[in-house]
Design a protein around this ligand. Structure first.
Ligand SMILES: Cc1ncc(COP(=O)(O)O)c(C=O)c1O
Length: 367
């Protein structure tokens, strides 16, 4: 049986009629940018997250760039980011002329190790970017406390954690601002690129809105050199529709994660994600760890089961940051994840028999 890592068709097929309606409505109105659906999505998304303001953007990478720039971060500044995450969190900092300062990850949650943050704070540190990796939240109580003590900003990267929560509060509602991705494969995905910035700070949101729109709120009133990073109307219409389904989809992901955990949780040499307690995980990724990762990946691939690696290199070990000269021992947990982590298929609409097949093959590999 062929098991894809992710099947976007399985997510979209049940919505086909509604998606067609979205498409025809946007065509009919023909406001492809600045359409009413963008404002409606911004309102609905911020309300559901329980934050005051939301700005739709072209993608999450731009969102982070815009927020950091509008917070005045640039030449000579330092921004703390986890060693294991998608490249966005470091590259944006570098592209602003600042330096990403890497911190290792926690071995249980795979998010930034809060016990190692204070050791790297200097007079140049301007912000921390916690990433809620795989759909599990970083320890926001500890991070916000540290940031407050040192007078630095917190910008949450929620690209993998739509409506994950901690102590009943959603990811994105803790920091000074948060950024989201609606890349098609995300838990809440558009039909192309899209992103958002959320914050409770009105003036920060307004500054970001200008930055994302050529430095202007109104046409031709450019207050400073900005950029073009807008969410388009069709993406907003699709996201508005999908917002009604996100709770159900996240629940489906949690059920699949629980089924994996119950079935292969007892296998010696296999580490599974830990979840529960005050953290509501949304399982964007179901990542398992084994020292036989490459052999397991190959074995599953022979059985036509697709898996992925998130990510094959922790950021300090990518070519982009190799010049900093870090060694594996500088970030042992991130290094372990790059070598031992394997992401199993998980998505809403995944058929039970597909998951049973994956479980059977994982058990067979270890037996
Ligand atoms: C943790 C994380 N941050 C940022 C991004 C970047 O998102 P986008 O592709 O919307 O720029 C991603 C997307 O893969 C991500 O997983």
């Amino acid at each position: 049986m062929r098991v894809p890592y992710l099947d976007l068709k399985a997510i979209h097929e049940p919505l086909e009629e509604e998606l067609h309606r979205c498409f025809f409505e946007v065509m009919d109105e023909s406001y492809f940018l600045h359409g009413r659906e963008v404002t409606e999505f911004e309102r609905a998304f911020s309300e559901k997250l329980d934050v005051e303001y939301c700005l739709g953007t072209a993608n999450c990478t731009d969102s982070l760039f815009i927020v950091l720039k509008m917070l005045g971060i640039g030449d000579g500044d330092e921004v703390i980011v986890p060693a294991m995450t998608w490249i966005t969190d470091a590259e944006v900092v570098s592209n602003l002329g600042a330096s990403p300062v890497f911190v290792d990850i926690d071995p249980i949650t795979y998010t930034i190790d809060t016990s190692k943050i204070e050791a790297v704070i200097t007079s140049k540190t301007k912000a921390i970017v916690p990433v809620h990796l795989y759909g599990q939240m970083a320890d926001m109580t500890a991070i916000c406390e540290i940031a407050e003590r040192h007078g630095i900003k917190v910008i949450e990267d929620c690209a993998q954690a739509h409506f994950a929560s901690q102590n009943g509060k959603f990811a994105g509602s803790f920091g000074d601002a948060a950024v989201f991705s609606f890349y098609p494969t995300k838990n809440l995905g558009a039909l192309g690129d899209a992103g958002a910035i959320v914050t409770n700070d009105k003036s920060l949101c307004e500054a970001c809105r200008k930055m994302a729109n050529h430095g202007a709120l109104d046409k031709h009133s450019h207050e400073f050199p900005g950029m073009n990073s807008r969410m388009d109307t069709l993406q907003a219409a699709v996201l508005l529709l999908k917002l009604d389904y996100i709770d159900q989809w996240n629940e489906e992901r949690r059920k699949l994660a629980t089924a994996y955990t119950q079935a292969v949780g007892g296998i010696n040499g296999l580490i599974l994600p830990q979840f529960g307690g005050e953290n509501q995980h949304v399982f964007h990724i179901f990542n398992i760890l084994t020292s036989k990762r490459d052999e397991l990946k190959h074995f599953l691939s022979e059985a036509e089961i697709q898996t992925q690696i998130h990510y094959p290199k922790a950021l300090p070990f990518t070519q982009a940051y190799q010049h900093l000269g870090f060694q594996s021992g500088d970030f042992p947990e991130a290094f372990r994840l790059q070598n031992e982590g394997l992401s199993l298929p998980i998505y809403p609409g995944m058929e039970g028999e597909m998951q049973e097949f994956v479980i059977e093959k994982v058990k067979e590999f270890f037996s």
